[in-house]
Design a protein. Structure first.
Length: 374
């Protein structure tokens, strides 16, 4: 192992490994353990590659800023939504590039990642830390797949935990009070459909009449429309069918007859398709007019639908299809609201023979008395 003390007094360590007749040096590390870990990972990788008959080569030198910009423009921009692209762009510009932009990909160490996490925790909430960390880790994971680095230096760092957040929702009396107050509001149909279908705001704004089938009472969700425009796809790239209740059908029929082919969109405002960005402000004003209800976000109407669906005795697997969740874990958040949730398990929870209940009052203040069994 090579040890170098620089002019500023900082000592750095570097390991080396031979591949054939060539000597490959590691980056300089501040800790001996990091240098040894690099050597161990490289040797493991080397023997694994040789076992499969491939050749060993030194990774291409590239700084993270260049690679991250290429990753953003050639992979994210072409395969993700504009909203996702702008989110990643902001994270790179504000957090990742200032911290790691000048680093060579091969110079980034596990210790650098741990220090980065500690700095983030001082200024961001747990969810914000997780979002930034996942972007950085994804970049390095792709660099490894492209063989620009031999291993992901952050693969052994535990993912930051987020705080458990209870779902905020309205109960039935709050839903009723809100809808009664909004009965004359031009956006009343939008609020009603959101509360009775669990559709996302972008899905509601992108809903057109060609996806509403009154003959079989179903809504086909295939589009979304937000501040970046209309897209013929949903958030998870899957189309889904939502059944209409009689009340939902009646409101949509009334809307359809009132519009009389004026707009292809279901929800309009002053003769034009509703503006995605304005709905949030309208919803906040609507809540102020409906007093005695807790203030929620528009997206919480989706949680309200899911929660009350389960409280009414709904099936969690059917709810998964209605909400369009790709993983059941997302839907299981609402399972405990079902009145029958886990009740059937009580028959398996008997751990002893029948207890003589007459002896139980004697235990108060006399913990040494044993329970007598019949």
């Amino acid at each position: 192992m090579e040890r170098v003390t620089r002019k500023n007094g900082i000592t750095r360590y570097r390991e080396s490994i031979y591949v054939g007749n060539k000597k490959l040096n590691s980056p300089y590390f501040t800790k001996i353990t990091d240098a040894r870990a690099w050597k161990n990972r490289f040797e493991t990788e080397k023997y694994s590659i040789l076992a499969h008959g491939n050749s060993i080569h030194k990774p291409k030198e590239m700084i993270l800023a260049d690679y991250a910009n290429n990753w953003l423009n050639f992979h994210i921009k072409t395969s993700c939504t504009t909203k996702t692209y702008l989110c990643y762009f902001s994270i790179l510009k504000v957090h990742i590039i200032p911290s790691f932009g000048s680093y060579l990909l091969t110079e980034i160490t596990e210790n650098d990642g741990l220090c980065f996490l500690e700095r983030l925790k001082k200024t961001h909430n747990p969810k914000g830390v997780l979002n930034i960390w996942q972007v950085l880790k994804t970049i390095l994971l792709r660099a490894k797949r492209e063989k620009l680095i031999l291993s992901n230096p952050f693969e052994n760092i535990r993912k930051p935990r987020t705080e458990l957040r209870g779902e905020v929702f309205w109960e039935k009396q709050e839903i009723t009070q809100f809808l009664n107050c909004m009965i004359n509001d031009p956006l009343y149909p939008l609020y009603f459909i959101a509360l009775h279908t669990g559709m996302r705001l972008a899905e509601l704004c992108g809903l057109k009449w060609d996806r509403v089938d009154f003959s079989i009472n179903q809504i086909l969700v295939t589009r979304t429309r937000d501040k970046h425009g209309l897209r013929d796809t949903t958030k998870n790239k899957m189309r889904r069918v939502i059944p209409m209740t009689s009340e939902v059908r009646a409101i949509l029929v009334k809307l359809h007859n009132k519009q009389n082919q004026i707009s292809p969109y279901v929800f309009t405002f002053k003769g034009k398709e509703i503006d995605y960005g304005h709905v949030y402000r309208f919803f906040q004003i609507a809540q102020k007019n409906a007093t005695m209800i807790k203030k929620i976000r528009f997206h919480d109407l989706r949680h309200t639908f899911a929660t009350n669906y389960m409280m009414n005795g709904g099936n969690v697997f059917e709810l998964q299809k209605i909400l369009g969740h790709t993983k059941i874990d997302m839907t299981l958040r609402y399972a405990h609201f079902s009145p029958t949730h886990l009740q059937s398990s009580t028959k398996f929870m008997v751990m002893c023979n029948e207890i003589n209940t007459e002896a139980l009052p004697q235990l108060r203040g006399h913990e040494h008395i044993l329970i007598k069994y019949k």
